[in-house]
Design a binder for this molecule. Sequence first.
Ligand SMILES: Nc1ncnc2c1ncn2[C@@H]1O[C@H](COP(=O)(O)OP(=O)(O)O)[C@@H](O)[C@H]1O
Ligand SMILES: [Mg+2]
Length: 438
Amino acid sequence: VQSVSARLTFKFAVFWVILLGVLALGISLWFWKDLRHEAKRDLESLARSLSERLVDENRPASDLPTPGLRNDLAQFVKANGCRAEVRREDGTAIFDSPELASPAGTLVRESRMTLQGGGRVMVRITIDDRPYRARLYQLLRYFGVIAPVTTILALLFGFVFVRNTLSPIEEVRRKAEQISRANVSERIPEPKTEGEVRDLVRTFNEMLGRLERGIQDLENFAADAAHELRTPLAILRAELETALQENRSAEEDHEVLVSLQEEVARMSAIVTDLFTLAKLDMRQYALKKETFRLVPLLEEVLETWAPLAAERRIILRREGDDARVKGDPNALRRVFMNLVENALKYNREGGEVILAVRRIESKVHVEVNDTGVGISQQHLPGLFRRFYRGDKGRSRDDGGAGLGLAICKSFVEAHEGRIEATSELGQGTHIHVELPVG
Ligand SMILES: Nc1ncnc2c1ncn2[C@@H]1O[C@H](COP(=O)(O)OP(=O)(O)O)[C@@H](O)[C@H]1O
Ligand SMILES: [Mg+2]
């Protein structure tokens, strides 16, 4: 921040100096032009008043000057500090005052006039331009004082101004430095004034919110995973303890083994699901990018679930035309296997499950609609969360740990697709999957 404010202040000062320079140059040039103009006017008025003194003379040029005229002209020269010359046509002087000692320069005006008494004369006025220059130099001296003073002021003001402007950013930085995993729920107070800094703070706080949620999800995930594995492990232990008791028949041992096998299978399924999710999270799941037809894949899924549907007298069918999608067939098969399984599992006896495929522009939409128990509005937002289960008590018998939809979501999102759910309690659920067209 220090260097930014220094740089900004420096730029501000440089800008000021350039501005001042241009201004000073412009004003000086303009002023100088005015001064020249004024000098010319002065010269003209002197010439005019000299001519007025001559015009009344009614003697011929050869008889001039009279003592009165000489006196008059000498006084005129003295009063105006100029040089005056009056010459006959042959160049001889009627009147000539001493030359001006002007190192800088002089301004001269020459004119001819006819005398009343006859004959023409040349009249020449010379003035010194030093008084005019002196006024210009005075102005330049003013600039000489104004420039450094205002530049210093500009530097000071610029520095304070820049520091004040940047201080909220410095505050954000300091606060950001303090935020770590332990206090990720803290937020940076928003500045009251609208503007870029407030936008920055807002964006930063939103990022913190996302991080917080991410961390929370991770923590919940770990806790849920541990919890989920603890139950089957406890059952395993209890069963093993029973099995190790003496005096047991082969039949009893077999029963225990079957039960153990079930628990191990359940745990194994959970661990496999967790592993799939972890690999998807780390983007290490090598998804293929093939173009394939969706309907054969869906038919396969329907065939797999047909026995369960028949058992529960649920009508399982497909609607719509075929469409090509781009992605990994195995991953998408798992997605639809999960969705249809849910649609059957959370359905009612004699219900319906319909798969509808539609292609709209560059997307393929697949809907899995059921006529089941539905999901309450308050639970919908958490539906795709890991280990989410609508009814914890009942689910253990059905075997689900609540990872199925989370895996669906991860797979679909890895395909740059979307998955959404709408539902009405007691009416049914619609899961809407959107995939890129192949
Ligand atoms: N089609 C559906 N109708 C009603 N509830 C559903 C449906 N699909 C999923 N659910 C609810 O969402 C929860 C999570 O589903 P899922 O992730 O597939 O886990 P699992 O099926 O393993 O329990 C289920 O426990 C269920 O309560
Ligand atoms: Mg499921």
